[in-house]
Design a protein around this ligand. Sequence first.
Ligand SMILES: [Zn+2]
Length: 340
Amino acid sequence: MAFNSQDRYSRQILFTPIGEQGQCRLSAATVAIVGCGATGSAIASLLARSGVGTLRIIDRDYVEPSNLQRQVLFDENDAAESVPKAIAAARKIAAFNSQIVVEPKVSDLIPSNVEELLSGVHLILDGTDNFETRYLINDYSVKNDVTWIYSAAVASYGVTLNVLPGETACLACVFPDSPRGTFETCETAGVINSAVNLVASIAATEAMKWIVGAKDQLRRTLLSFDVWRNERAEVSASSPRAECRVCSKREFVHLAGQARPHITLCGRNSVQIHERQRPVDFSEMSARLKPHGIVRHNEMVLKFWHEPYEMTLFPDGRAIIKGTTDTAIARSLYARYVGA
Ligand SMILES: [Zn+2]
């Protein structure tokens, strides 16, 4: 069913700062959303409905029941079938806006694929849940002069920053070291959906301003708020920090992938392994695993239950092993059942 674009976007075109010209710019834009969990799917939904022409959605994970409380692009069927989030997002978007292009990428953004996954993108939005990936995006963005928008939400707290390379502070200007360890995560502190949607709304609005060329309206602060406590704070981020290792010294250590492990903790009780970069034949693997536990697969994921562990395998050989935080156990399970 093809609807008339003028009609579809009529209320947005009536909004003077966007207008006809802004709508054309939106439709010509290519935007990457890295991570399609709560924040990422809210941002993707807003930008897809507003008519951003091409959305590249990059996510490493699959839909689970605990996502449904806040991840607006997914439904119960997606969780029952463990559909990869990038694929589920693309399907859901196609159902409400079939006139834009969505490029789902079931991948973990890492130094070896960042150039490929982000090439040709005009703007990058952060829907990730970890600083390692954010520093990687920040390095790519500053090196290649691509604007990106940092967003995060945990508990009832949300925070966002626009990074315009060379003009404003970058993520490393504001957070020279990873706040990991001192920051709560959604896995430990939980998160309420309204905090997520607020931060996504602000980030999506900044994205629209950037795309339509309303640069003077872009916020140049680190903005944070707590929707439960009714607190709001803003810190200036209007210029790069002179001694910043990324902006000023142009040392892109995250892009170079120094000391980047192939095994990473991923959530409270799971480990991700991406050692093996070769395709897995799910039918063959399924037959091989059957004697050792319960196996189920479709064309997108293979799940293998071997008590007390649950392994989810993707077609490129990447795996997420639930039930442990011990990387040695995860590595040995992977080696035993999938192959080193
Ligand atoms: Zn910087």
